[in-house]
Design a protein around this ligand. Structure first.
Ligand code: SF4
Ligand code: SF4
Length: 178
């Protein structure tokens, strides 16, 4: 991948990448002066999340390396990075923009795609199994119901259609992230 290369081929860089990310998130990221305060407070650092590096790669145009990195899916959206940034950059918004751009390129972790398809089908990101219902019964917990009420599913489908969520999920030949 580009990000692991010792030598950078300038032809592989995308000079429009930062602009695309900024348009997607509606915020300026060029104010980042690479201090690392965002990374210092991030709970995902032990899993190799480094927001400072990601922002620099976006600014430099490492499109392919950034969008195909599974790290962008690890962010918990806790927003600590944004609280800490002295430049009022919103790193968590960058992550969301990167996920949008990755999905547009057909890159989405299969587990998230499965969750999205579940949402469309049953109204839940994780389906309730019969085994779960049985356990609830044993514990005297009311039934969760295998699907949500028809009216809720219908409203949900309207939202998914109006936002093009269902079309985006189905039209791409998605691949597992690297
Ligand atoms: S929002 Fe994401 S990137 Fe920012 S601190 Fe939380 S986990 Fe880390
Ligand atoms: S805290 Fe702000 S200025 Fe510092 S590296 Fe992170 S985004 Fe850039």
């Amino acid at each position: 991948m580009i990000e692991d290369s010792k030598t950078v081929n300038f032809d592989d860089l995308d000079p429009e990448f930062a602009q695309k990310v900024m348009e997607e998130m509606g915020e300026d990221i060029l104010a980042c002066f690479n201090c690392g305060c965002c990374t210092g407070g991030c709970p995902i650092v032990p899993w190799e999340m480094n927001m400072r590096k990601i922002i620099q790669k976006v600014i430099l145009g490492f499109t392919e390396g950034v969008l195909s990195s599974k790290i962008i899916w690890f962010c918990t959206e806790c927003k600590v990075c944004g609280e800490r940034c002295p430049q009022k950059v919103k790193p968590f918004e960058i992550i969301i923009a990167l996920r949008h751009l990755a999905i547009e390129k057909g890159i989405i972790p299969l587990v998230y795609r499965a969750m999205a398809l579940n949402l469309e089908k049953s109204g839940r990101v994780a389906e309730i199994s019969e085994a779960v219902e049985l356990r609830r019964e044993r514990l005297n917990i009311p039934e969760a119901g295998l699907t949500l009420p028809e009216k809720v599913i219908k409203e949900l489908k309207t939202i998914l259609t109006e936002t093009s969520f269902d079309r985006i999920l189905k039209e791409k030949d998605y691949k597992e992230e690297e």
